[in-house]
Design a protein around this ligand. Sequence first.
Ligand code: 0A1
Ligand code: ZN
Length: 883
Amino acid sequence: MREGNATAIQRLDYRAPTYWIATVDLTFDLDPAKTLITSKMAVKRNSAQAHGPLVLVGEELTLLRCLIDGEPVSFRQEGNDLVIDAPDRDFELTLRNTCAPEKNTALSGLYTSGGSFFTQCEAEGFRRITYFLDRPDVMAVYTVTLRADAAKYPVLLSNGNLLEQGTLDGGKHFAKWHDPFPKPSYLFAVVAGDLVAREQRITTRSGKDHLLQVYVRRGDLDKTEHAMNSLIASIVWDEKRFNLPLDLERFMVVGVSDFNMGAMENKGLNIFNTSALLCSPATATDADFQRVEAIVAHEYFHNWTGNRVTCRDWFQLSLKEGLTVFRDREFSMDMAGSASARAVQRIQQVRNLRAIQFPEDAGTMAHPVRPDSYVEINNFYTATVYEKGAEVVGLYQTLLGRDGFAKGMALYFERHDGQAVTCDDFAQAMADANPGSPLSSRLDAFKRWYSQPGTPHVAAQGEYDAEGHTYTLRLSQRNAKGPLPQVIPVRMGLVGPEGQALPLQLQGEIAARGTDTVLILEEAAQAFTFVNVMVPPVPSLLRGFSAPVLLEDGLSDPQLLTLLRFDADAFNRWEAGQRLSLKRLLRAARSGQPLQLDNAYVEAMRAVLRHADLDPAFKAEALKLPDAAYIAEQLEVVDPQAIHAAVEAAWDQLAAALRDDWAWAFDAHQVTGGYSPNAVDAGKRALANLALAMLVRGAVAQGDPVWPGRAYQRVKTASNMTERFGALAALVNAHAELAEPALVHFHALFADDALVIDKWFMLQARTPERGGAVFERAKKLLQHPDFTLKNPNRARSLLVQLCNMNPGAFHRSDAAGYVLWAEQVAAIDAINPQLAGRLARAMDRWSTLAEPYRTAAQEALKRLAERSTLSNDVREIVTKALG
Ligand code: 0A1
Ligand code: ZN
């Protein structure tokens, strides 16, 4: 393990390199114990920089040879640096080194998984393969020869096009690949193993033919159809929406079961966590199908946003990630189809942002979308860089419109294709492509979205003048983590008491802007006056969640009920329901008094459930309570058990009060016929699953065996995973007696399918706590024969779910959750620092906890920090946590 003593790297310290590498010729003699790598590089002097030694970086490598133009040269090794006395001219550098793939449990660099070889080079994994200028602004053309045992590794893949392949002595074979596109080392990839491929040939709009391949282990081929379809849909979409074609003859996707993230966009050779690639109706839920589609698209879209135009340095990570998440979201919304299905996607994005990114931005790891410093870059693949980054890209589109945004994209590629650039370059292209737009006149202020951390709080106050028929909306903003006002587009409308959408005419403007408009809040405080407002309106602000802010509009219950019933914006309709729930949950959590849902609220929820026109998918979202993590963000002092008790009480009461409605909903939303993951069927299944969960919960409270019995039956006989897992979750989450046999049955049914067994662990680790039983069960599962810390998916299924996602089980007055957390972070850190870093984040918000949690959490952090052998990853997180 790398010891965590590294110092912070600063964004403003960026310097262009002293040398460039124009071409690299790599030869791999693949062997799990000791792989031999020969590297021949055409090194070019960067004449813009003063001459000095060539400093390459390498980690956990054994250097065997170092030649310049074929002659030995003087060099020294200083830590991970290989310092070479290089001449003040262009030259050829030849290196030879070894690495040990089978010992590589960090899953960064070249490693083995299930008997095959894989690489992961982002962000700094290439240096674990060979010595290099391992930084994204050094872009080289790669030629790669792979040599390996032909029987064990029949498939040999690298980026680009296959030039040659053939047999060698001693049962070996080789393949030679060439990637014509210059690329940074983080996009390099190699795969070698006994894999099979689903193949598809396509002809794109320009008439070019391409070969698409999805490589997996034998036996998984039947789970690749959805990924292939998603890939084809992504290619078609990117051509149509952004005019961005597939630029490679061959595009390969490979699945691997040991992987730290979702997937990786290596040029022409995307490598996927199997959890983000494989799905079949029997083994994957609707949510899994959606996730596969989104991640396949995400990696494909990186081919332009990330690969053709890449990042100058890692501080610019959101340049590719925020933009690519934005693109995959747009794609998924287009795939979902109807306006309602799009709104449901937006709701899910925002729910996720609030549950993960908002706490991050308020916590000890808060950082701007473009960070200013880091110790370990792996710690900055965060919700802020990805999800908030995508929200910021969305702001451009809100300010410029779809066409203006598309023009900005076109100019960005026209200017920067083949370059490594910065977030400033992107912003400039957007502004320059749209002269006279609301962006170009305030670009500097807009860019505060990149430089200031923290979630802006927007306060809104409305005043209706019944005589003058005016409505004045006062908006103000503050950000506890950033002093300067930000540019906040507030999409809005005014809703009349009978639900009418009122025309929006701003004072001084000659006509109404229609019934939906965007106001730009850019000062600390601003007022907007609407004229010809004939009835007292309810403001519907931040429609579609037009900016990633916390809105405090002080709307009363009757006003929220009006929006819930009538708002033309589906997102704000959902939001009104969430706000009604949130108010009640917060009141209970603050007071410590038992929660008692009022009639008006219950009736509103019943009306949503029974509504004749709303889509089932929307209903399911509208009836779900806000996440505990989001509730916690509204509180100054957080008692996780008080929040947990309030949420559980609310569910119990909704289960009881709407019992007949849930029964109706369950019966009325059964999908018949074959399984398809389409949004309509998935919406019905989502509502039926929620209804079943409520019915089982209600029945368990009453001691009534009927619904638990039906759920158990469904676990046994369901024809798809969405329904089977929904029924299992209903039993487990309600702590039904039948949960145990259902879990046993489910495990036996899928004992050979790792991804399903992950779900089995996940469900048990995420069950709402009752009397400590969930924590005890999770602890026992650490000893289960199927459990291992070495496989990231499995470790996450149990530990991240328990510690990061299940506050009711994790935060215990006896501190047992924190003790377990510290032990497991340390244990994983010895194997896989990047994964340990993820688990370490469970304590981000410790300082807002109520006693006794706060002190106990701090002690656990201190104990962990005192260990002498922490990685940079974990060291940075615990150091920041302790402030
Ligand atoms: N660029 C990838 C994410 C990624 C980052 C680091 C990795 O290291 C293990 C792997 C993948 C993406 O955004 O999809
Ligand atoms: Zn990405």
